[in-house]
Design a protein around this ligand. Sequence first.
Ligand SMILES: *[C@@H]1O[C@H](CO)[C@@H](O)[C@H](O)[C@H]1NC(C)=O
Ligand SMILES: *[C@@H]1O[C@H](CO)[C@@H](O)[C@H](O)[C@H]1NC(C)=O
Ligand SMILES: *[C@@H]1O[C@H](CO)[C@@H](O)[C@H](O)[C@H]1NC(C)=O
Ligand SMILES: *[C@@H]1O[C@H](CO)[C@@H](O)[C@H](O)[C@H]1NC(C)=O
Length: 495
Amino acid sequence: MYAFKKFKCPDYNSNLGLFLSAIILLKPSFADNINGESFPSNFIFGASTSAYQIEGAWNEDGKGEGVWDHITHVSNISIADRSSGDVACDSYHKVDEDIAMLKHLGVDYYRFSIAWSRIVPNGNVSQGVNLPGVMYYLRLLEKLERENISAMVTIFHYDLPQALSFPTMFIDENYNSLYVDYARLAFLLFGNKVKYWITFNEPQGVCTSFLEKYSTKPGTDSYTCTHNIIKCHAMTYWMYDSDFRDDQKGQVGIVLNTNWDEPASQDAKDIEAAKRKLLFEVGWYAHPLVFGDYPDEMKTRIRLYTFPWESSRLPKFTDEEKSLIKGTLDFIGLNHYSTSLVSDAPDPGLFRTYEKDLGILKTYDPSWEKTSLDWFYVVPFGLRKILNWLDETYKVPIIITENGYVEDGSPFLDDDRRINYYQTYLSNVLDAIYIDHVNVIGYFTWSLMDNWEWTSGYTQKFGLYYVNFSSPTRDRLPKKSVAYYKKVLKTRRLV
Ligand SMILES: *[C@@H]1O[C@H](CO)[C@@H](O)[C@H](O)[C@H]1NC(C)=O
Ligand SMILES: *[C@@H]1O[C@H](CO)[C@@H](O)[C@H](O)[C@H]1NC(C)=O
Ligand SMILES: *[C@@H]1O[C@H](CO)[C@@H](O)[C@H](O)[C@H]1NC(C)=O
Ligand SMILES: *[C@@H]1O[C@H](CO)[C@@H](O)[C@H](O)[C@H]1NC(C)=O
């Protein structure tokens, strides 16, 4: 989960809002009863976590400093509760307990990430590999295998080694080889126990929220960052293909995050804005990785907001690069939580940022169920619609790598709203499979347990399992949703 505040929503005219929601109510909507089909026998179910959010042990056994260690230690003011992941869920010391939870749930897969600085403290493989860190992941993978739980592993989930000190990495192409070397090391060490590899988790968040905040050239660096991440992904994909795939027989993909974006009105400008939002968020990565280049809409739009005497702020791929990046997704990982209403934004003038290039306003239908996060509404049909859009646009198998419900800690273990969320969202997955024939092959909940949610610290909870962050032993307790998810996995049905 990426809990940074995404786009600031300007106040929206409330009469207009009511008018727009009336239009939406008149539109044919998907049935809201629960789909009674069974999940296909080869459909995979899992639960997700990421290293910095659960491991703790931030400086143990030779681990190097990561960017999040740095951010939280040097200045924790941007974190809601001023906390850090220094201990988090203490998963570094609680492998057996984490695996017992996964086993209890009956998942086919566990999705976790490797902390780059735990196995390569300086970020540069030539400068040393940290054996105790390697052993931690090897032990985890061996124990999972013993319990018949397969592994989906994220190579990069936001936690860059501080030595590659952000923002140099990803805006300097000379650093790309460091990522590829690290990925090669991961394949070498762990690849015989990993079926699905994810090169990057939500890179769009890395290149926008992160960079737009810290960079002096936000409307330029964001695009350079993505350009380099796309090349890192493609080089890693072909390296796996040539050196590892025959032996290890795994799949390599990327994880992209997006809401479903519903046009806020039937005005052509708003319809265009909603489409543009998907292309700027998902198409920015998926178009190059599937078709070999950025969406035309992005090229035109960014050119429009670039001074005439400059070359476009969106870098260009050479023909050689286009053929390198094209067709490098075995699957698309989708992180999806919520839906928004999108309208065309008035032109704010001379600012040159990613957000301005995108040029949209987001609002929410007042009839949608709110959660404890201001951008997060419960809109189950949104998952079906984004699955359809991805399938129609890219025709690549889709795995839902994150989906789940947030609350702020109450009502403790009786998380009925979370159960409702899983049931209604999963029902839309079944609709997508059986009614729309979308090629979606797996579903992972976010998250296995409550954890450190980036700028929300410990104030926002997505876990199936509760974690007591006041207890030195970080005790875990199953919420009601554990029994629900377990039953779904066992019966492979929702009703
Ligand atoms: C982080 O926040 C806590 C709580 O406000 C404070 O006690 C601590 O000193 C802060 N740490 C840093 C490095 O700013
Ligand atoms: C794992 O699967 C194998 C083959 O299906 C089975 O023999 C074994 O008992 C399973 N182990 C566990 C711990 O479930
Ligand atoms: C990585 O480390 C090696 C050995 O110290 C060094 O020669 C190389 O320049 C480093 N790479 C980068 C991109 O810093
Ligand atoms: C959490 O841990 C604290 C400290 O050990 C303890 O006092 C408290 O009762 C625990 N809370 C729950 C819900 O178990």
